[in-house]
Design a binder for this molecule. Structure first.
Ligand code: SAM
Ligand code: SF4
Length: 321
């Protein structure tokens, strides 16, 4: 599928729930977000029907996200259903990892290819403070479970907030021991914290890393991630990267769409415009109408993120990051 600028769109992030067992300060307010009604959330059959059409049109990569995707009952069944769709090359997941000890093995058996885990600190007190409801031990047990189940690569997402979790040294140490790809992500000030002073720009993150250890270029691990370069401490099994959604826009290379749990297609993480696909799914699936909506999405995909990214319509935790 190509959009009106000729960008190839072959990747979709599917948020399967707006619920989460954590309340990360950069993502959700303490009280959570107003929850979607059960009937508003797409059923697995509806997600699969839409993705079958999307795959026939050229989508090859699907990433399940949330909220916390492992909070959606039966999530392993959804992975199994998606694996049967002709044309989909990979189904992957972004999770906070805390429930992986319970699910990692089954997800792997079901065919999930890769896992990204949000791990905003390696210091127990900071992890607990940042996630409000989480424990570092639980999250690390999740990373271990993903590695034990054979996921490769396991990528760790670290949203860096200045003065809060900007000590990168423990992550560099972690890559000396564990085969994980750590990605430091610029804080997007559209989260509930609002203020820009938390943002540590990518250039500064790179300088901080270079000051911590000698780094050499590392190959890019499998996947469609927006990190442009990876580095490693020579001899280490893990690698390090920086993702710069704020200071180095990747709009010209954007290859993605997003589907929100309530059946709205978003053409840009930061743009409030959405296309409701439920009328093409209910009361019964209308494949032609779905193809028409995808064609419309290709026409309406913004050239770049809007200047004012504060008005983006929904909480990050609902869109899926
Ligand atoms: N619950 C899962 C998790 O935490 O990975 C999946 C959903 S979460 C919304 C997806 C990703 O969004 C997180 O891993 C985090 O990296 C990213 N994210 C959330 N809020 C962010 C913010 N304000 N700035 C940058 N990234 C953010
Ligand atoms: Fe939940 Fe993920 Fe948002 Fe944290 S980043 S509150 S784990 S959805």
């Amino acid at each position: 599928m190509q959009d009106h600028l000729g960008r190839t769109i072959d990747y979709i992030r599917v948020s399967v729930t707006d619920r989460c067992n954590l309340r990360c300060r950069y993502c959700m307010p303490e009280e959570g977000v107003p929850l979607l009604q059960h009937d508003d959330i797409l059923r697995f059959e509806e997600i699969a029907a839409f993705l079958s059409v999307a795959a026939a049109e050229g989508i090859v990569h699907v990433r399940l996200t949330g909220g916390e995707p492992l909070r959606r009952p039966g999530i392993v069944n959804l992975v199994r259903m998606l694996m049967e769709i002709p044309g989909l090359q990979d189904v992957t997941m972004t999770t906070n990892g805390t429930l992986l000890p319970q699910f990692a093995e089954d997800l792997r058996t079901a065919g999930l290819q890769r896992i990204n885990i949000g791990l905003p600190s390696l210091e127990p007190a900071t992890y607990a403070a940042l996630t409000r409801l989480g424990s570092l031990d639980q999250a690390l047990a999740g990373v271990q479970a993903a590695l034990d189940a054979g996921f490769d690569p396991v990528k760790l997402n670290v949203v860096v907030l200045r003065g809060v979790n900007d000590n990168l040294a423990p992550y560099v140490e972690l890559t000396r021991r564990w085969p994980v790809a750590v990605r430091f992500i610029e804080y997007m000030s559209i989260g509930p914290l609002g203020e820009d002073h938390y943002l540590v720009p990518a250039a500064e993150l790179r300088t901080m890393l270079e000051a911590l250890a000698p780094l050499e270029p590392a190959g890019k691990p499998a996947g469609n991630g927006p990190a442009r370069e990876y580095w490693r401490v020579p001899g280490s099994p893990g690698s390090l990267a920086v993702i710069a959604p704020m200071t180095e826009h990747f709009c010209p290379e954007c290859n993605r769409l997003r589907l929100v749990a309530d059946g709205h297609l978003r053409m840009c993480l930061f743009g409030a415009e959405e296309i409701d696909i439920r009328p093409a799914l209910r009361p019964s699936v209308d494949e032609q109408a779905l193809r028409g909506l995808l064609a419309r999405a290709m026409q309406e995909k913004p050239v770049s993120m809007p200047d004012n990214v504060r008005d983006y319509g929904r909480a990050m935790g609902s869109i899926g990051g």
